[in-house]
Design a protein. Sequence first.
Length: 311
Amino acid sequence: MFTALKKGRIAALGVIAVSAAVALAGCSSGSSPLDAGSTSTGSAAAGTIVIGSQSYYSNEIIAEIYAQALEANGQTVTRKFNIGQRDAYLPALASGEVTLFPEYSGNLLQFYDKSTAAVSADDVYAALKTAVPANLEVLEQSAAADQDSYNVTKAFADANGVTSIADLAKVSNVTLGGNAELATRPYGPPGLLSTYNVTVGFTPIDDSAGPLTLKALLDNTIQVANIYSADPSIGENNLVTLTDPKNLFLASNVVPLINKDAATPEVTDVINKVDAALTTEDLVKMNGESTTDQKSSADIAKEWLDGKKLF
């Protein structure tokens, strides 16, 4: 039954927990990934591309693809993975301590503009280009999407006649689970109430929709889980992703966020070529290779690049 609790993902949980703690502490600890290899000014060494990633295995895979693609094209790359959430890494991008980061368009736009009216992939991307700070730039967005989604067990869906987020309004005593920051996100409990008139309890589970979140859902400790749409655990556990007829969630495509000082044609052309080749199906497959097959991000990235024959 509990197919998604693979050893590799459980082992990664310690890294996730440590990274979350670092993020909550404002990355003040000397063990932060942001401390490794930084210069006295906080900026990357001249000519070096510093690539960061969230404390989320799928994001790290994309970051590793960027790193290997750039290295294959003669660029010097430093990796600073598992940094944490946006409050931790966006200041590092702005300062130049990190220079390139794989992001997700909808969630990034809502970070900068909580009241945005953009919904579609193209509208979100257009709004995002003007919402980011002046010294940052978004490169070409990918067709690949990996966005927040609300999921329930099939048993819960069948018992309560629930197929959409709107249907939750007719169910009492519903608890939502997700990362702690979901509590105040526009699509979290406040958004559920204002958009769908759905009232939920909230349980913070800081593993980025990982094994603890999944276990809480399967054990009925929570009834709704925020799980990223390209996560293979949705299919592996026969979960029901609730439809979103009122667009609580914005379209969220993979998009590179770069410090303009590092945005040379030699860098941007490579990254744009990678993003043009990346698909949602690729993300689901690579995520499964991480969680089920326990492959490293480096091996997954190399196999993807070899298969696409981009360079």
